[in-house]
Design a protein around this ligand. Structure first.
Ligand code: AR6
Length: 195
């Protein structure tokens, strides 16, 4: 209750119903980082793609240009991807070993966005990969409100890590925009509290 009070001072009415326990092991696995996701040397970076998996603008365009044409060639063999689902490829010229392509919802559809984060983590752990970086899926061209999307992202990652202990060493939230840095810094106190 004390934590809820503290959060509501910071967050106004947007305090989630669930309250999250302090868990230093989970906290150690989470990083916020601001910059270009294509620079990260990590097991997998997530691409905010579209159903065709044939490339596009935003982070999708940046990942395809940095990875080179072999990425498009592999994507073309995958038969597209449904909204809320995720498919993995190699990273080619990227420093990341793999790319997990996920298709976010257009507009505010929390169940679909949650499914993006969850299926990315499922694909990652199914391949025995241990580190991943997420961009803020759907919050650019697809128009999902940033703060609402951050709640979904943090909640889904927290729940997955709790249910699947020991499988993932690091989850990086890659925050390209200053507003997202602020939003995530605030919400970390809710989903990954330190005291
Ligand atoms: N590194 C990290 N984050 C980035 C980068 C980057 N290099 N570039 C942009 N972002 P968006 P969406 C951030 O629009 O909303 C494409 O055409 C950006 O600031 O890339 O899911 C696809 O093909 C924002 O915070 O993805 C789809 O058609 C976040 O990445 C459609 O856009 C997501 O913005 C998907 O739209």
């Amino acid at each position: 209750e004390r934590l809820r009070k503290q959060f509501s001072d910071i967050l106004g009415s947007k305090v989630p119903e669930d309250s999250y326990s302090v868990d230093p092991t989970l906290n150690k696995a989470i990083s916020l980082w601001s910059g270009n996701i294509t620079l990260l040397e990590i097991d997998a970076i997530v691409n905010a793609a579209n159903k065709s998996l044939r490339g596009g603008g935003g982070v999708d365009g940046a990942i395809h240009s940095a990875a080179g044409p072999s990425l498009k060639a592999e994507c073309a063999t995958l038969g597209g991807c449904e909204e809320g689902n995720s498919k993995i490829t190699a990273g080619y010229r990227l420093p990341a070993k793999h790319v997990i392509h996920t298709v976010g919802p257009q507009g505010e559809k929390p169940e679909k966005l949650e499914s993006c984060y969850r299926t990315c983590l499922q694909v990652l752990t199914a391949k025995k990969l241990r580190s991943v970086a997420f961009p803020c899926i759907s919050t650019g061209i697809y128009g999902y409100p940033q703060e609402a999307a951050a709640h979904v992202a943090l909640k889904t990652v927290r729940n997955f890590l709790e249910k699947n202990p020991g499988l993932i060493d690091r989850v990086i939230f890659c925050l390209f925009l200053k507003e997202d840095v602020k939003i995530y810094e605030n919400l970390m106190q809710v989903y990954f509290p330190i005291e």
